[in-house]
Design a protein around this ligand. Structure first.
Ligand code: IPM
Ligand code: MG
Length: 352
């Protein structure tokens, strides 16, 4: 099985090294091939997503992605910015279903800024649509109006087939869990959202076992803090999912803990931590590699049919946390704070 490895920028290469370290000791006959993306690719060849990196990702069975971006690239024209690498990969590979689980590990309930009794035991899945919405809608741009005033504009849009396929993914995910699905939209204001809601309700007829609810995104943002355990699977559009998944990550103590999978309709996937490139701590050896290591576990489960190996990694991460090891982002009194590479070693040691 061929894995495309795209470490990217900032802490990307450091955390990727640890995930590969863990994957390599599993002895699974995985072949890794690396390529440049993001600012690193721009610096080398002037493009954030060079053709050879895209071709490698296309040809692979799965893609491991680190993170992209950095302040030195923020003034580049949009087409050259590092973020185009991840947006381009999602679109080109048709990775429309983004699974973002937010799990509160027992040992980390105190690491959250939210009261431990509110978050303890949380196991939430945010399913974010990833290739549509205002992220990709055309037209977009800036223009000067007849009266001389400038304006910026984007287009929020969802086609029926886009909503249908992510709704199906949501219902199927709910079938495997507690059979509750909450669809999040802004149907009280947006046409796109009302259409989303109508289509989700149509698709729901095929899943009579599932209890479907709808929530406006502003309320959902509030309910996630007030009582996150009321949710099991949330399905939502690209923009709302981007925001809600960052919010949900903080329930778990740190964004440095959250893995993600972006899947096409054949379970090919791209796996990445949901945090960014963290340029402020890049190169210091302090970044938490657990989100990337847990992303590798998701890859084994969703794209490579290696459930047992995925379970082993996840159990090892739990063991390391129970053993009192922490990275700086989840530092707790009385626990041992270790660096990126030591955390990778600790997970390897805990694999058993
Ligand atoms: C994410 C990130 C990306 C997004 C950026 C880097 C383009 O925030 O994966 O959540 O907005 O989707
Ligand atoms: Mg985001």
């Amino acid at each position: 099985m061929k894995i495309a490895v795209l470490p990217g920028d900032g802490i990307g290469p450091e955390i990727m090294t640890e995930a590969l370290k863990v994957l390599k000791v599993l002895d699974l006959k995985l072949e890794f091939e690396q390529a440049l993306v993001g600012g690193a690719a721009y610096d080398a060849v002037g493009e954030p997503l060079p053709a050879n990196s895209l071709a490698l990702a296309r040809a692979a069975d799965a893609v491991m992605f680190g993170a992209v971006g950095g302040p030195q690239y923020d003034t580049l024209p949009r087409a050259k910015r590092p973020e185009q690498a991840i947006l381009g990969l999602r679109k080109e590979l048709n990775l429309f279903a983004n699974l973002r689980p937010a799990i509160v590990y027992e040992e980390l309930a105190d690491a959250s800024t939210i009261r431990a009794d509110v978050v303890a035991g949380l196991d939430l899945l945010i399913l974010r649509e990833l290739t549509g919405d205002v992220y990709f809608g055309q037209p977009r741009g800036t223009r000067t109006l007849e009266n001389g005033e400038r304006e910026g504009f984007d287009t929020m849009r969802y086609s029926e087939s886009e909503v249908r396929r992510i709704a199906h993914a949501g219902f199927r995910a709910a079938m495997k869990r507690s059979r509750k699905l909450c669809s999040v939209d802004k149907a009280n204001v947006l046409e796109t959202s009302q259409f989303w809601r109508d289509v989700v309700i149509e698709v729901a007829k095929e899943y009579p076992q599932i209890e479907l609810t709808h929530m406006y995104v502003d309320n959902a943002a509030m309910q996630l803090i007030r009582n996150p355990k009321q949710f099991d699977v949330m399905v939502t559009g690209n923009l709302f999912g981007d925001i809600l998944s960052d919010e949900a990550s903080m329930l778990t103590g740190s964004i440095g803990m959250l893995p993600s999978a972006a899947l096409d309709d054949k379970s090919k996937g791209l796996y990445e931590p949901i945090h960014g490139s963290a340029p402020d701590i890049a190169g210091k050896g302090v970044a938490n590699p657990l989100a990337t290591i847990l992303s590798a576990a998701m890859m084994l489960r969703y794209s490579l049919n290696q459930d047992a190996a995925a379970d082993r990694i996840e159990a090892a991460v739990r063991k390391v946390l129970a053993g009192g090891y922490r990275c700086a982002d989840i530092q707790q009194p009385g626990k041992r704070t270790i660096g990126t590479s030591a955390m990778g070693d600790a997970v390897v040691a805990a694999l058993g």
